[in-house]
Design a protein around this ligand. Structure first.
Ligand SMILES: *Cc1c(COP(=O)(O)O)cnc(C)c1O
Length: 378
């Protein structure tokens, strides 16, 4: 049987210890037993989110929590700043428009990161801005944003900072409370080593005070209801029980390794990935590369979508191509969750093969593997 190596930015590899729990016996959710599991999971989420505030679990993919953030913290015609430098920043804008917010767009070139000072100026010019929407790791370009810098311009203001950390959490450093980030969102299928189906959302005291005034329609994603249940602990509706049991296992693995150690590990894995790519003549797309996903520019003659297809079908290595106008231009390699040194070695060995088969051979065979070893085992 062929193995599939998922180095895609979601879904990501699921370790066998977590798969075992996911396939285990199901229990009822209105029980003391499940309450205990929720209690444990709630504590574990606070650890990885670096917060003392509640982290609510929603049953949806990550985008559900993004929509919940818009529909629960804001009201129609509220002014918001939306940072958009890729597919997922665009998503913030799309959701905001769908709910009738007044969007002040801060559009940046894909691959670049926003300037915190520019956001500070926008806030000065627009005193009535209610929220700033941005992204920790812009997955479509492999770019990490300076969230600490952005947050520094929102302190003591009546504006909340909402960060999509769906792909970044666990790999890219994010100190929610220490930096003053009000809402952090993530999802199960990226750094959490789980299948898709759970979304997470942290709520600061300032953000919680916004809930009372919101007049936008909501029902399933009602965060007031979710928070009321949270403190019991319980959930308003049937939760994805099996995924939450898997989450408990995943959070144990994360806690055992330690969040600081994880940030260091993924900084090293991403550095190794960039250096390996450069050693075979590939350029790094992002100007501020993330520790979660690396975007490399495909050689001119090669459509990255075709390369991705070949690597997956012929060799069982799943990478991602580009999105929107970058569809055939870039190749994205994710190093998140359970991805480690072994997977990167396999990835580059196969990538070299695929590139050669498609007519790109301006490198020495094994150059990227040598470089990986140099960085990983230095
Ligand atoms: C994957 C991803 C999403 C979308 O999450 P879904 O789980 O597909 O809804 C949103 N934002 C970022 C940054 C992502 O990487």
């Amino acid at each position: 049987m062929r193995k599939d190596y998922l180095l895609t930015p979601g879904p990501s590899i699921i370790p066998s210890s977590i798969r075992k729990v996911l396939g285990g016996e199901i229990i009822h959710h209105r029980t003391e037993e499940f309450g205990k599991i929720l209690q444990e999971v709630n504590e574990g989420l606070k650890y990885i989110f670096c917060t003392q505030n509640p982290v609510v679990i929603l049953t949806s993919s990550g985008t559900g929590a993004m929509e919940a953030a818009v529909s629960n913290f804001l009201s129609s015609k509220d002014k918001v700043i939306v940072v958009s430098g890729g597919k997922f920043g665009q998503r913030w804008a799309e959701i905001s428009y769908a709910y009738g917010l007044e969007v002040i767009p801060y559009n940046i070139e894909w691959g670049k990161a926003p300037s915190p000072e520019f956001i500070g100026d926008l806030l000065k010019k627009n005193k009535d801005v209610k929220a700033v929407f941005t992204t920790l790791c812009e997955t479509s370009t492999g770019t990490v944003y300076d969230i600490e810098g952005i947050a520094s311009f929102l302190k003591e203001k009546d504006t909340i900072l909402i960060v999509d950390a769906i792909s970044g959490l666990g790999q890219d450093r994010l100190l929610t409370d220490a930096w003053g980030v009000d809402v952090v969102i993530s999802g199960s299928q990226k750094g959490f080593m789980l299948p898709p189906g759970l979304a997470f959302l942290s709520v600061s005291k300032k953000a919680e005070s916004f809930l009372a005034h919101s007049n936008l329609p909501k029902y399933y994603f009602d965060l007031k209801k979710a928070l009321k249940s949270y403190y019991k602990p319980d959930t308003p509706f049937t939760p994805a029980i099996s995924l939450i049991m898997g989450l408990r296992e995943a959070l144990k693995v994360i806690k055992k390794e330690g969040r600081e150690k994880l940030w260091e590990k993924f900084a090293r894995l991403s550095l190794a990935t960039r250096e390996a790519a450069k050693s075979i003549g590939l350029k790094i797309f992002s100007q501020r590369p993330s520790s979660s996903v690396t975007a490399v520019v495909s050689p001119q003659k090669i459509k990255s979508s075709e390369l991705v297809k070949r690597l997956r079908q012929k060799y069982g290595v799943s990478l991602a191509g580009g999105q929107s106008h970058l569809k055939d231009k870039i190749l994205r390699i994710a190093h998140m969750g359970a991805v480690g040194e072994q997977e990167l070695i396999i990835c580059f060995s196969i990538l070299e093969k695929g590139l050669r088969e498609m007519g790109y051979n301006e490198f020495e065979t094994g150059a990227s593997l040598k470089k990986l070893e140099e960085v990983l085992y230095a």
